[in-house]
Design a protein. Structure first.
Lengths: 258, 258, 258
């Protein structure tokens, strides 16, 4: 498929989605929300893809929602648009393939929410992050949900209440970003990470991601029971047997392809 | 109103509560617990106040509970006093106006719990923090609740089990403190932060804070649904319309006053 | 009792469990899982022990599960073995005595899960940590549960998805380790920490630990109610009275022994 506002590439089992509204700072309007969700669904359904990267064209990753596009006629008009943003976070949490955000420039409001929703994030040294909606009389209620899972209460509230942009190093210390890289190494480093994941057993990665997000919402004892149940299931798969056998035979594993 | 153990000031929509039992290291007895809760309630109900600061007079922020005042006649005697400490954390979480703690000297036991309960915290370079009750045969069970929302499990248990005081830089790295400032800049920096928040739409701040604390207790999918419902509601307010319009017209917004 | 795969020592109210399969890098097989759980139960029941340390003999803390021992005959065979790993985390969370992990070399997979499950962790500068099961076609589903309580979402997923080992300094910044010490100071520093805890009121430590793990699974308001209920109960104990009295009389407390 081709999309209006995102580009799609596939390379070595990695699906790369590029936010492509650079002239609008990759702000989310209804087409971009729809396209990103559809692109994620497409890659989740593509058996040849093991890992997904989200990057952006232009000066910034995403400046948030496109408020020039903001409907002003009552709550019913906002709902479909806002529902797309909600769906984005849920899609990433529910899809079984790992999603890596590659961030440069600015990731603000829903742009920062997308980074928080991703499983992993790589950022350039100059990248900045903020939950900026407060400055236009709004509030990043939706982006706060994945953000609060990455950083603690004080950091999440600071981003929400001040609307300030923080730099990549602070985002890394807070737990929003996994790795900070030089400006010109963003895709090189992100693809190296994506290739590392793509070399793992896709079954293990996918059951593992499902297990993580499911247990993260459970109390300790239930989480342990559930996780161990999933682990027993994982142990019965061919890739588990092959992985262990390869390790014991000191040879690289050959994963069963889907 | 005037209070026995706290001072109240109002400046530029900021309510400043000063713990004022310096001769007792601002330890919490029943009057201080009552006064602080009442002062918070008063500011929450004052339509001219948008942001609340809690600071302290004397050498320290608060050394915890006043154990010289500690009743010793059985569990029924402790209950009203302990209930005031519980109420303090809940009051801050349930009030819709942001609360900033400005900390110098020492914040120990319930003093550290108050810092953790606050939405944001600024501390001096020399400030120290600890959940110290273990050293008198007690345990900071109540303060642990907001603390665990700010820092991870290992850090929370370290504070609880050792009773050690940690310095401001470590508190910042852990996520208990948002900003560390020189000794003589505490109120200047705290007021600058409070003024920044007071310049936002009070409606957005207040619905936003309510949304944050409510979703923080929910599993992911429910949290997203709830947060987006709240966001739809926020979008219908005049301040949202004005904020967006002002942004598009490149002029400062004029928030509707309460 | 004596065990096949762990050593037990007792010194100054501290119980020290040493993982002792050095020739197998202290990987967990059924005997080690059983022995560690039994040793923890034994120390929990020993009234003379106030604090527990888990350390390891040999080059590494634990390289995870012993996959050379891995049964390959279907899911029913895995269950008892996996159940032991699940029990380990739950045992530490449910036992009332604090558990400190002293880590050197490598703590991988269930070894890292054991570190995360511990209440506190001290590590050498050269220690490394990872959730490495992904590299053999498995996934650290069980270890992820305590890990997610120590570090944020992005860090937990990074460990899970990449299988990479991180160094002790990064583990400390993430919140997995409380203190990083020179190679030759591991037991000296760990025992100093254990002695500090052993000098506290055992009642306060034990009710406190129970309170922490119970409230950590509760929403805010319920957690506050529960914690304050527990605090009221703690206040009625002799050690609480003695601790407060000793503090007021400026003398060291004399805790009631069990």
């Amino acid at each position: 498929m081709t999309y209006e506002t995102v580009l799609m590439e596939r390379t070595e089992h990695i699906g790369i989605i590029t936010l492509n509204r650079p002239e609008k700072l990759n702000t989310f309007n209804i087409p971009l929300g729809r396209d990103l969700n559809a692109a994620l669904d497409e890659l989740e359904g593509d058996q040849d893809i093991y890992v997904v990267v989200i990057r952006a064209n232009g000066r910034v990753f995403s400046a948030g929602i496109d408020i020039s596009d903001f409907p002003k006629k009552g709550i019913l008009e906002y709902r479909p648009w806002i529902a797309l943003m909600e769906k984005m976070t849920l899609t990433i949490a529910k899809m079984r393939k790992p999603v890596i955000a590659a961030v440069h420039g600015v990731a603000a409001a829903n742009g920062a929410g997308l980074v928080a929703a991703a499983d992993l994030a790589v950022a350039t040294e100059g990248a900045r992050f903020g939950l900026t909606a407060i400055d236009v009389g709004l509030f990043c209620m939706g982006p706060a949900v994945p953000m609060d899972r990455c950083v603690g209460k004080k950091h999440c509230l600071e981003l929400l209440l001040t609307g300030d942009l923080i730099d990549a190093r602070r985002a890394e210390r807070m737990g929003l970003v996994n790795k900070v890289v030089p400006e010109d190494k963003l895709m090189e480093e992100t693809l190296a990470l994506a290739k590392k994941l793509a070399a793992k057993s896709p079954y293990a990665l996918q059951m593992g991601k499902e297990s993580y997000y499911t247990m993260a919402d459970m109390p300790l004892e239930k989480a342990l029971q559930y996780s161990n149940e999933m682990f027993c299931e994982l142990c019965t798969l061919k890739d588990a047997e092959e992985g262990v056998r390869a390790f014991l035979e000191k040879r690289p594993p050959k994963w069963r392809l889907e």
